[in-house]
Write a protein that binds this ligand. Structure first.
Ligand code: FES
Length: 175
C-alpha cells in the first residue's frame, strides 16, 4: 500500500514537472517569436517616405555658387542612425534655377568634392573629374553625376529624395 502511495506521489510530481516544463516552453516560444514577428511586420507599419526635403532658403545659395547640403534619406530605417542622412551638391545656376547633383561618383561611389576655383567636381578615389554641369571631364566615371529633382516651394529649396541614389544610375539622369 505504501508503494502505491509512493507511485501516486511520483505521478503527481511528474505531472507537475511536465506542466512546469510546458509552461516554461510556452513562455520561451513567446519570448522568441515576439521580436521575430515584430521584425517581419515593422516594414509594413512604417510611414511612407517623404519625398521632398528642404535644404534652405534660396538666399542661402548665392547665384553661381555650388554648396554641399545634407538631408534625411527618403526611406530612413529606424536603425539607420547617421546613415539615414545623405548629401548633395546644390548649384544655383541663375535666379531660382537650381541643379542638385549626387555626391557619389558614378565610378565606384566615392563622394566627390567641389573645387570652386577650377569649377570642377573631383573624385579623390581614382581621379574622376566632372564639369560644373555634372558631365564627365576626365578619369574613369562612365556617366555624368546623377541629378536630384529640385524645386522652390514655401520659400525653401527642396530636393526630391530617393532611397539610395546609386541604385538609379542606370538611366544616366536624375535620381
Ligand atoms: S570612385 Fe570616383 S573615380 Fe573611382
Amino acid at each position: 500500500m505504501s508503494k502505491n502511495k509512493a507511485d501516486a506521489n511520483d505521478d503527481s510530481r511528474r505531472d507537475f514537472m511536465m506542466k512546469v516544463s510546458l509552461g516554461l516552453g510556452g513562455l520561451a516560444a513567446v519570448a522568441v517569436s515576439v521580436p521575430v514577428v515584430g521584425a517581419l511586420i515593422a516594414p509594413l507599419l512604417e510611414a511612407k517616405p517623404e519625398l521632398w526635403r528642404s535644404v534652405g532658403s534660396p538666399d542661402e545659395f548665392p547665384v553661381g555658387t555650388t554648396k554641399l547640403v545634407t538631408f534625411e534619406n527618403a526611406d530612413p530605417k529606424t536603425w539607420a542612425g547617421t546613415t539615414a542622412r545623405t548629401a548633395a551638391w546644390v548649384r544655383h545656376e541663375e535666379d531660382n534655377k537650381f541643379t542638385v547633383f549626387s555626391v557619389n561618383c558614378t565610378h565606384l561611389g566615392c563622394p566627390v568634392r567641389w573645387e570652386k576655383d577650377a569649377e570642377l567636381f573631383m573624385c579623390p578615389c581614382h581621379g574622376g573629374v566632372y564639369y560644373k554641369d555634372g558631365s564627365v571631364a576626365a578619369g574613369p566615371p562612365p556617366i555624368p553625376l546623377p541629378q536630384y529633382a529640385v524645386r522652390v516651394e514655401q520659400g525653401q529649396v527642396q530636393v526630391g529624395t530617393a532611397p539610395i541614389p546609386i541604385t538609379n544610375f542606370g538611366d544616366n539622369s536624375t535620381v
